[in-house]
Design a protein around this ligand. Structure first.
Ligand SMILES: [Zn+2]
Ligand SMILES: [Zn+2]
Length: 112
């Protein structure tokens, strides 16, 4: 899906197909004030849905990245699975610190 810049933003000036006068947005549709013609606007709705889906997808991917799981024993309760994420320390030349969070008791600890 290659969206060109400007797609869906600069729609051509809408004119009523019945009487050629200008139409105005009304209740999510285009409506002609002169003859009462309305457009269901399926193209506009489709663009909005696509954008919303794309945004949701980005959010999901992000949350998966930061909540990875690994099999590691919790030092507090002995549970064998924990979430882990990497935290970069202030000095960028140092390796990032690995933070584990037990999936059972929520205890968090560091691995070096
Ligand atoms: Zn009209
Ligand atoms: Zn635990």
């Amino acid at each position: 899906m290659a969206l060109k810049y400007g797609d869906g933003i600069h729609a051509p000036m809408p004119f009523c197909p019945e009487c050629k006068s200008m139409v105005y947005p009304k209740d999510g549709k285009l409506s002609c004030r002169k003859c009462g013609w309305t457009s269901e606007g399926p193209t506009q709705k489709k663009v909005v849905t696509t954008e919303a889906t794309a945004k949701e997808r980005v959010v999901v991917e992000k949350s998966v990245d930061t909540r990875q799981q690994q099999e590691i024993e919790c030092p507090k309760c002995g549970h064998g699975k924990a979430y882990f994420h990497l935290m970069q320390t202030r000095k960028s030349d140092e390796p990032p610190t690995e933070i584990n969070e037990c999936m059972k008791c929520g205890h968090s600890w560091r691995e070096y």
